[in-house]
Design a protein around this ligand. Structure first.
Ligand SMILES: [Zn+2]
Length: 297
């Protein structure tokens, strides 16, 4: 009797383990193509179109998210002159979707990548877009989450030098353990953060632009030479930085200009003319203020 019971029990476990493995395997295979990524992206966000996403020819990074989803990127190199590659005036890293529930910020990045792809004007800078750095937050559940699959706010998980001393303490006392601001168990504990840090180290950007919502302002951290005035309807107003935020890590610690756009709504898109104006102002800011400067990383 006992034996039968254990045999039945173990067969249940074997069965469920097989099912889980098979599901995991199927999930993993499903996540290997840009077609699947574009399909999921366009189903989740009304602005993103499947064909438009495919036209971008996004590249697949060699790192996966915590739940093994694709991390993608797109490069735009400077315009060639007489068929020859041009030395970039500077390199700009565009980071989007750190917070998975800021739909407008992720959607506008898609539109601006398309605008850059279709723009026939001369391009002086080398651009690298990371359009969705927290895919688990956007895709894994409905509704989407600000944090990644481990419940970590990636914008508090960057390895700023004060992380060990301050990040968890700040979270406990300033945020009163608000789970939406959880910085993680240790600095750069999250694979998505590690990937962004590695990308910054490899690409060595002369500026970083990131898009968020919904504070309706323009924030800036970094050296004086690139302080902005206004981007479209967003006025410059300093938000300040936090232990483990991109602004504290890349702007204050690495001394890279970090421009942060905070759109006015996370759920609703800005008007079309505002979307166009913001992009024109970003290009103007880049052309006027961002050039390659030698630095030690
Ligand atoms: Zn955000």
């Amino acid at each position: 009797m006992k034996k039968t019971f254990f045999a039945a029990l173990s067969s249940v476990f074997v069965f469920s383990a097989t099912t889980n493995n098979a599901q995991a395997q199927a999930f993993h295979e499903e996540q290997t193509s840009i077609e699947v990524f574009c399909s999921q992206w366009s189903k989740k966000l009304r602005t993103v179109k499947y064909d438009g996403c495919l036209d971008l020819h996004l590249k697949i990074a060699d790192t996966r998210s915590s739940e093994k989803r694709l991390l993608t990127y797109k490069e735009f190199v400077p315009t060639e002159h007489n068929g020859e590659a041009t030395r970039p005036k500077g390199k700009i890293l565009f980071i989007s979707g750190i917070h998975g529930d800021e739909y407008s910020a992720i959607s506008i990045t898609y539109l601006w990548m398309l605008a850059m792809q279709n723009n026939k004007n001369v391009r002086n800078h080398h651009w690298l877009f990371l359009p969705l750095t927290n895919p688990d937050g956007l895709f894994r559940s409905d509704p989407a989450t600000r944090q990644n699959a481990n419940g970590v706010d990636l914008n508090r998980n960057f390895p700023s030098p004060d992380w060990d001393d301050s990040a968890l303490d700040f979270w406990e006392h300033y945020y009163r353990k608000n789970e939406r601001r959880y910085p993680g168990p240790s600095a750069a504990s999250e694979i998505e953060t590690q990937w962004m840090v590695k990308t910054i180290e490899r690409f060595q950007p002369d500026a970083i632009i990131s898009v968020h919502a919904p504070y309706g302002l323009l924030d800036y951290d970094g050296p004086e030479h690139a302080v902005p005035s206004k981007i479209g309807v967003l006025d410059y107003r300093e938000l300040g930085t936090f232990p483990g935020s991109l602004g504290r890590y890349a702007g204050e610690y690495l001394d890279i200009p970090v421009l942060t756009l905070e759109l006015r709504s996370a759920g609703a898109m800005p008007k079309e003319k505002d979307i166009v104006q913001m992009w024109q102002d970003i290009e103007k800011w880049s052309n006027e203020k961002i050039r390659h400067l030698e630095r030690d990383f």
